[in-house]
Design a protein around this ligand. Structure first.
Ligand SMILES: NC(=O)c1ccc[n+]([C@@H]2O[C@H](COP(=O)([O-])OP(=O)(O)OC[C@H]3O[C@@H](n4cnc5c(N)ncnc54)[C@H](OP(=O)(O)O)[C@@H]3O)[C@@H](O)[C@H]2O)c1
Length: 304
């Protein structure tokens, strides 16, 4: 270094909330080495408690990034505990946004395909960010509270960025997600029944994490400040087809996967029949589209 050169400004701190969750874990694993990351789990901050949030984030400074991956993600349980789901999914993002707005930090808040309100199941083209229906609430408590959280975040901090994703999995042999579950069922059952009337884009958590790190690296700039972006792996497929691909990828007979309909297995929360998110907002923000779901799945199955 030349003697008259100024020391480089340190990278801003990344406050990663939900650090022990599926996406938070992938973000930590894929974090650029030079980043100063404060990984906050539910032991460090309770998103259901505004004071806990303010205390945990009291040192957020101008230019820092607050990346919120935490949520009440138990979709069925949310139907019977709507107040807790609302506190975590709807109110907390507003509190986070007050903090980032007051400190000129950047809030990146993760949301979901469940925010759309296609209760009749008529949708068959990918959703753009603005396709949320102002006159109809999402049909599940999880979806409604997550949509309320998006609105609260952007109201308190109009420069926040919302990133919606869908069908996230890690796919390890012990993972509780869909792909991990299919891996276990392939070992323990002769056949499995999987719904063939829900369509979406399976999203490999490490791919989404890499996309989020690209977003962070690009900085808090016009085009992402105040935007809602969609980020999933590319392509669309039903859960049945995903399960067949898992079996095939493991060298097992995909014919052991049988198709069924959602209404054969009633659950407390309704599932969207169509969950595909258009990548246009992501690419128009100058970000690299996530690769095809089937290639990502192969990598997930190859990982130990
Ligand atoms: N998984 C999907 O298929 C999917 C699809 C679309 C969108 N998303 C969105 O993607 C984001 C990440 O999801 P994920 O798959 O990583 O979910 P996850 O594995 O369930 O992780 C969520 C994390 O949130 C934490 N959390 C829950 N309540 C909290 C509270 N009151 N205070 C602090 N932390 C709390 C959990 O901690 P504890 O476990 O300790 O409670 C957990 O670590 C969420 O915003 C979710 O809505 C997920």
């Amino acid at each position: 270094m030349q003697s008259d050169q100024q020391p480089l400004e340190p990278f801003p701190t990344i406050w990663l909330i939900g650090a022990a969750g599926q996406l938070g874990t992938a973000l930590r694993a894929g974090a650029p080495r030079e980043r100063d990351i404060r990984a906050l789990t539910s032991a460090d901050v309770d998103l259901a408690d505004a004071e806990s949030i303010r205390t945990a984030l009291r040192d957020v400074r101008t230019g820092d990034v607050v990346l919120n991956t935490a949520a009440h993600t138990a979709v069925d349980r949310a139907e019977s505990e709507p107040e807790r789901a609302a506190a975590v999914n709807a109110l907390a993002p507003g509190v986070l946004a007050e903090i980032t707005a007051a400190s000129s930090a950047w809030l990146i808040h993760i949301s979901t395909d469940y925010v759309f309100a296609d209760a009749a199941g008529e949708r068959d083209t990918p959703y753009e960010p603005g396709d949320t229906d102002p006159d109809a609430a999402p049909p599940s408590v999880y979806g409604a509270t997550k949509r309320a959280g998006e609105i609260a975040a952007l109201a308190a901090d109009p420069d926040a960025t919302i990133v919606r994703t869908a069908w996230v999995y890690t796919g390890g042999p012990d993972s509780p997600d869909f792909v991990g579950t299919m891996r276990r069922l392939e070992r323990t059952r002769d056949t499995v029944d999987v719904v063939d009337d829900q369509t979406g884009s399976p999203t490999y958590a490490p791919d989404l994490a890499a996309g989020l790190w690209e977003l962070v690296a690009g900085g808090h700039r016009p085009g992402v400040a105040g935007a809602i972006l969609h980020a999933t792996n590319a392509g669309e497929v039903t859960w049945f087809e995903v399960a067949r691909a898992v079996f095939a990828g493991l060298g097992a007979d995909p014919g052991r996967v049988h198709s069924c309909r959602t209404d054969e297995f009633p659950r407390p929360a309704p599932r969207p029949a169509y969950s595909v998110l258009s990548p246009r907002s992501w690419t128009e923000a100058g970000l690299t589209p996530l690769r095809d779901w089937s290639i990502a799945l192969s990598d997930a199955l190859a990982a130990r």
